[in-house]
Design a protein around this ligand. Structure first.
Ligand SMILES: [Zn+2]
Length: 102
């Protein structure tokens, strides 16, 4: 069942009519509102992204949802990087002590 190229950096394949049909269809169906749930509450911000709910190769409309840019970026980075601590560690890096010039 698993594709041979799973694990490569190759972008997930999109169908030829992704931008002409599938994507606009999903955005219109979801009324251009973000379908992401944050702590159980619908985000609802204006959506301009279409996200795969399940497998990235599953392009059925019921397996796609509209997302706002923020949620999509958030989700993509979470999927691409299994360790959520990685982004935080650079952020939480303790300030380097300035050696001080004497
Ligand atoms: Zn959102």
């Amino acid at each position: 069942m698993s594709g041979g190229w799973v694990g490569s950096n190759r972008r997930s394949e999109l169908p030829a009519d992704w931008y002409t049909r599938v994507r606009p269809f999903v955005l219109a169906r979801d009324e251009y509102r973000c379908r992401n749930r944050i702590n159980g509450a619908l985000c609802g911000r204006p959506a301009n992204q279409v996200d795969h709910v399940g497998d990235k190769g599953d392009h059925r409309p019921e397996m796609l949802q509209a997302l706002c840019e923020w949620c999509h970026g958030r989700k993509s980075s979470a999927q691409g990087n299994q360790s959520p601590n990685r982004a935080k560690s650079t952020e939480a890096r303790p300030g380097e002590q300035h050696p001080g010039l004497i």
